[in-house]
Design a protein around this ligand. Structure first.
Ligand SMILES: [Cu+2]
Length: 470
């Protein structure tokens, strides 16, 4: 029976329910609007743009130089067979451009007139496709369709008027040549710089190769890959991204391979701001910490690097976080790990050049390291179904920090032993507080390396922005 008291009770109950629901709704909206990264991007948006585009940095690859012919920027790409060291113990034969695979990054500005002279030093015909270019059919690079193939020893000249902006790429339109390494980035900077403007702007290529043990030539027809690379190197040999804490960072990820790569970044939430079709309007940016970079796609991500630390940037496919994983390598066990490793090393040494052997020997195979690895395994490990998993592959492998390939200043100050857990499509974003950043960059500058992809940051004012955005 209803009376005034029960009515009031119901009303109060209902009202209490409404009051309880409102703060929940309100906080859900706040959470949606005010993630730390969204707030930081908003703040970065209020910064004045410098009025110019900072050049992109393609670690371990670098840029193609150009000359001017009147108002035309002239680039030269030579298609050729190259040798590339992709890891401390692995040098392979690839096909690339200008001595590099991936080929050098071409950077141009919106409004530029660009000429690219491609010379073919390969033993077979080639051509270059300019992926995503809205240009004339004659320069699309389709052999037999838009042009005659470029025969061995011959050249072809491509001409473009750049009206687009964003992350584009070039690659051989012969599929197997592309799988052998014939690709590169083509960055079109906007006439009016993007907002917020990037303090660091990186280009990363994600590729995979199938190279059987004792081989130096990738099998381009194979679908199972055992060397996963970023900018043509495998972890732990990929040069890290050096970032000053507080930097507004853009990373342009490019995938011209056979597999898709879900690229994951630790410690930060980024926004996806561009695709292989150019810039996304800011209202359509979407947040994430993993972005799937599908084949023939580019994904630009941006974030404020406010969180200091040595953060992983890696493909999240488990098999892409490994090196030298191939069924043909045979079964493995850890019962007699040191002798297994030494036997494996001897097998791997077959057919290697003296330099490669030297690199292998530079890895820390000392009794201390091997003993430590055995100590990390339970005494009954071989009775456990499924063992070994990480113990032989992703987990404790060898300390490689003494290898000459890892003596780069970008790795200065890393935690000792870090390389033991580092393989395949993995690199580091080192978000360094100003003092450490200055120390590392000073060491990089002093290394005085020819065509250093990091050269554009050496001229920065060291006192720039020590607190803003951090
Ligand atoms: Cu992957």
């Amino acid at each position: 029976m209803s009376n005034r008291r029960t009515f009031l009770q119901r009303a109060v109950g209902l009202g209490a329910g409404l009051f309880a629901a409102q703060p929940l709704l309100a906080s859900a909206t706040d959470n949606h609007r005010d993630t730390a990264s969204a707030e930081l991007i908003k703040r970065a948006n209020r910064r004045p743009t410098p009025g110019f585009n900072r050049p992109t940095i393609t670690v371990d690859v670098g840029d193609a130089p150009y000359t001017m012919d009147g108002d035309t920027k002239v680039f030269r790409l030579t298609a050729q067979v190259i040798r590339r060291q992709i890891a401390p113990n692995k040098t392979i034969t690839l096909w690339g451009y200008n001595g590099s695979a991936p080929g050098p990054t071409i950077q141009v500005n919106q409004g530029d007139h660009v000429r690219v002279i491609v010379r073919n030093e390969l033993p077979e015909p080639t051509s270059v496709h300019w992926h995503g270019f809205e240009d004339t059919i004659g320069f699309d690079g389709m052999p037999g369709i838009s042009q005659e193939p470029i025969l061995p020893g011959e050249s072809f000249t491509y001409e473009f008027h750049i009206h687009q902006t964003g992350t584009y790429f070039y690659h051989s339109h012969m599929a197997m040549q592309e799988m052998a390494g014939m690709l590169g980035a083509f960055i079109m900077h906007p006439r009016v710089p993007y907002h917020p403007s990037a303090d660091k702007d990186f280009v990363l290529h994600f590729q995979e190769y199938a190279v059987l043990p004792n081989n130096i030539v990738p099998d381009t027809m194979k679908m199972e890959f055992n060397w996963l690379t970023i900018n043509g190197r495998s972890g732990p040999a990929i040069t890290p991204l050096i970032i000053r804490q507080g930097d507004y960072v853009r990373i342009r990820m490019i995938n011209l391979g056979m597999d898709h790569h879900p690229i994951h970044i630790h410690g930060h939430t980024f926004y996806v701001t561009g695709t292989e079709g150019g810039r996304i309007p800011e209202s359509a940016w979407w947040p994430g910490n993993t972005v799937l970079v599908g084949v023939a796609q580019a994904r630009d991500v941006e974030f404020v690097a406010n969180n200091p630390g040595d953060w992983m940037l890696h493909c999240h496919l488990p098999h892409h976080m490994m090196n030298q994983m191939a069924q043909q390598a045979g079964p493995m066990t850890r019962r007699d790990f040191p002798s297994y490793m030494q036997r494996g090393m001897r097998q791997n040494m077959m057919g290697l050049s003296p330099l490669q052997k030297q690199n292998m020997m530079a890895m820390d195979m000392s009794p201390t390291v091997l003993h430590r690895q055995v100590q990390e395994i339970a005494p009954n490990a071989n009775d456990v179904p499924g063992f070994p998993q990480d113990a032989y592959m992703e987990g404790p492998m060898m300390d490689m920090e003494r290898d000459p390939m890892l003596q780069m200043p970008e790795l200065y100050g890393m935690r000792p032993g870090w390389s033991r857990y580092f393989q395949g499509m993995m690199t580091l974003m080192r978000v360094l507080p100003p003092e450490q950043y200055n120390e590392v960059v000073e060491r990089m500058r002093r290394a005085n390396r020819a065509n250093d992809p990091y050269a554009p940051i050496f001229g920065e004012d060291a006192s720039r922005r020590t607190t803003e955005g951090a």
